[in-house]
Design a protein. Structure first.
Length: 277
């Protein structure tokens, strides 16, 4: 402040043509005044350069923060994203929606224990399944919150959620396939892969698969998600004979196809499973 004030007074005096009292009578005073003004001008230039550098640095920081925040969510957006309705082409590469576990369907009250009334599970088992779901879902919400606050790069949230959803697979190991099927149904998540369309001349067309069929199992492995079916068709030896179990109008139909692309477009569906044996 002192330097700026002195410089302002000195420059004002110079610009107005005023003479400092008694200065003209002192030998060498004009040169001294000129040196002082030059010094002050130099200090002002340094100060301006420092301020410009600081302003540029601040602008870069603000730009970095804006890129980390990403686009603002739409007003009223739900904490848990609804199930993606997009279909998956047989043989397509998995998307982030496929890697992350399917979300509860729109309007679903998360885990609906009442849906398990026809499953044949004990009250204790139902309570344990609900607690597992609630704990996992709560952690999912915190993950989404953390990702937004910290500006995670693309793909990290999907990977973290995929890792988290591996916990839900414990139901499959501890209670069996039938109970896991009911678990997905009670959670409002798709538990069937639905055939949406079939290409003429494809393996699916040759064995009589139809739009509306549900792919229940492929090569003896239960199928719950589109990406799981895609992975199964791409594994093993191309062309080997594989049995496909299909649900159609409440009945199971078995067909055999060569391993590889089925030639179908598949989507997600949620249906009430048969009671646990």
């Amino acid at each position: 402040m002192r330097i700026g004030w002195v410089l302002a007074v000195a420059l004002a005096a110079l610009a107005g043509g005023f003479a400092l009292a008694g200065v003209a009578d002192i030998p060498g005073s004009a040169a001294a005044t000129g040196d002082e003004i030059a010094r002050l001008r130099g200090e002002l230039a340094v100060e301006r350069s420092a301020r410009e550098a600081l302003a540029a640095q601040l602008a870069r920081v603000e730009a970095d923060l804006a890129s980390l925040r990403g686009p603002a969510p739409a007003a009223g957006a739900p904490e848990v994203a609804p199930d993606a309705a997009a279909e998956v082409a047989d043989g397509a590469e998995p998307t982030a929606d496929d890697v992350a576990a399917d979300q509860p369907s729109p309007g679903h009250a998360w885990f609906d224990a009442a849906r398990l009334s026809g499953a044949g599970l004990s009250e204790r088992e139902v309570s344990d399944l609900k607690r597992l779901f609630d704990e996992t879902e709560l952690e999912r919400l915190y993950l989404r919150d953390q990702a937004t606050r910290e500006g995670w790069p693309d793909g990290r949230l999907a990977q973290e959620i995929a890792n988290l959803d591996q916990r839900l697979m414990s139901v499959r190991d501890d209670y069996g396939e039938a109970a896991y099927d009911w678990f997905l149904y009670a959670a409002g998540r798709p538990n069937r892969v639905k055939v949406e369309g079939i290409l003429a001349g494809s393996a699916a067309s040759e064995v009589g698969l139809r739009a509306g069929d549900h792919i229940y199992a492929y090569g003896g492995e239960r199928i719950y998600r589109p990406w799981s079916l895609v992975q199964s068709t791409q594994s093993g030896r191309l062309g080997e004979t594989i049995e496909v179990e299909v649900e159609r109008a409440g009945e199971r139909v078995r067909v055999t196809v060569p391993r590889g692309p089925l030639g179908v477009r598949i989507g997600r569906d949620s249906v009430e499973p048969p009671p646990v044996d």
